[in-house]
Design a protein around this ligand. Structure first.
Ligand code: ZN
Length: 466
């Protein structure tokens, strides 16, 4: 998690590894204020009545500790709007509250926990890749109506947390999405901001266990649970950090220019974050190790970045771009803006590269087609799509007119099982796919470093120099 002791261990591990490989200018670079670090120290929850059953659960990120061991009867609340608060006022002190998950969220992540007749792990079929090839715009993930509903739900959820905290409840237990022991974790939204209240203990529970309690309650059976959560907030250093390292360029004229590659180092707390996004980090690290080991002398400087706080809003890369290249809000650019050729990102899990999103930049198509040619036998139907993809760190570069790309990767179990879940562990990695990615990325980065010109940029917006 961002700013946790675990994040610092991971960042230091990367720093030491880069130094050992002989990279230069290796730094833990602060990007600005993130907020509180947080760590989970203990989490236990089980049903004790009408019979004992151990539960699969993960406290929400930035959840507060419980007041020791909490036990007692659960109370199910149906809070669909603020007007529902009134009937519970003054009646909830010390209660253990059950709240249903958001049906829209379940539709997006992991689906319902009923038997699933589709494979968890999937690769793109040739037909699907052909569809991507001819697409002119990326299908939006949400309809405008869904987007409005999501935003409204988010607001309501914050109000619910505040209302229940003020009422002095002992704990909130929320159903979440997932199945078969996999559950999607999330955060107590703004809990990391230094001035936001720390709230109370909130636990996300595997849907099967949540639904079981709900069925019992609906059938007028008293349900009791026992739970204890211990967490620590870290507030002495609120800065966020990225890990940066370089292979310096060798060409007199071009060494002042850079090619960047990266992925985010932070992840969620339910597991080790193997596919989201240790996979991206180790692929990018392996790519620079390969380049270093070949002894090739790149003309331009190659700079790797492992970003912090992607999961809370792409903060690490956005602020790095703001500090070095320019601010997309003011459209004021810095001198370094002219000195970067491209940024390459990996953050779609363990799946091998099947092509690249051109992010609307048609002029790079023939260049990338050529660079993909030697890898035809490792890719199978190499796909270049003019469309964008979102949700990760290349957006920070794209936002200020710097060519920034995320590769098309096979999904494997990313949406069904791994990203943001309690099962995102080493077992979920497909090592051969990671090797394929590292080799292709190393080649793309090297070609970008050697090219006479920087990569062509999209039609530039009006920027002012600082
Ligand atoms: Zn990610």
């Amino acid at each position: 998690m961002s700013n946790s002791p675990g994040y610092k261990r991971a960042a230091n591990l990367a720093v030491n590894q880069f130094k050992e490989w002989g990279l230069e200018n290796v730094v833990l670079e602060p990007w600005g204020e993130f907020g509180r670090g947080w760590e989970l120290n203990k989490s236990y929850i089980a049903m004790t009545k009408p019979y004992y059953l151990s539960f699969i659960a993960v406290p929400k990120a930035w959840s507060n500790s419980s007041d020791g061991i909490v036990n007692g009867k659960v109370k199910f609340l149906n809070l669909s709007s603020e007007t529902d608060f009134e009937k519970y006022k003054g009646k909830l002190k010390g209660a253990i509250i059950l709240l249903k998950p958001d049906s829209l969220i379940i539709g997006i992540q992991g689906g319902n926990p009923q038997p699933n007749f589709k494979a968890d792990a999937i690769r793109f079929t040739e037909e699907e890749l052909k569809e991507k090839e001819i697409a002119t715009s990326s299908p939006s993930r949400f309809t405008p109506e869904q987007m409005t509903k999501l935003k409204a739900n988010r607001k309501l959820n914050q109000k619910i947390s505040k209302f229940l905290t003020d009422e002095g409840v002992a704990m909130i237990v929320r159903g979440t999405s997932g199945r078969h022991g996999t559950l999607f974790t999330s955060s107590n939204r703004s809990g990391y901001l230094k001035d936001s209240p720390k709230g109370i203990c909130e636990i996300d529970l595997a849907p099967e266990h949540f639904n079981l309690m709900l069925r019992l309650v609906e059938n007028n059976v008293d349900v009791e649970i026992e739970a204890e959560v211990k967490t620590t907030f870290y507030e002495d250093d609120l800065q966020g950090y990225n890990v940066i390292a370089e292979i310096p360029g060798s060409d007199k004229k071009l060494k002042s220019e850079v090619v960047m590659l990266g992925g985010h180092l932070d992840s969620w707390h339910g597991a080790t974050g193997a596919t989201d996004n240790a996979a991206g980090c180790i692929v990018m690290m392996e790519a620079v190790r390969i380049l270093k080991a070949t002894g090739l002398q790149p003309k331009r400087t190659i700079r790797i970045a492992l970003w912090g706080s992607e999961e809370q809003g792409i903060h690490g890369s956005r602020n790095y771009v703001k500090n070095h290249f320019g601010d997309p809000k003011t459209k004021i650019i810095k001198p370094e803006h002219e000195k970067i050729s491209a940024y390459y990102n990996i953050d779609n899990g363990t799946g091998r590269i099947r092509g690249i999103y051109l992010q609307g930049n048609e002029s790079v198509r023939p260049i990338f087609e050529q660079w993909f040619t030697p890898f035809e036998d490792m890719i199978d139907h190499t796909t270049l799509t003019i469309t964008d993809t979102g949700g990760t760190d290349h957006l920070a570069f794209d936002a200020i007119g710097i060519p920034g790309f995320q590769f098309i990767q096979d999904q494997i179990e990313y949406r069904s099982r791994t990203h943001h879940t309690n099962m995102d562990t080493y077992e979920r990695l497909v090592i051969d796919d990671l090797k394929q990615m590292a080799v292709i990325v190393a080649s793309f980065v090297y070609h970008t470093a050697q090219r006479d010109e920087k990569l062509p940029r999209e039609q530039m917006e009006e920027y002012k120099s600082e």
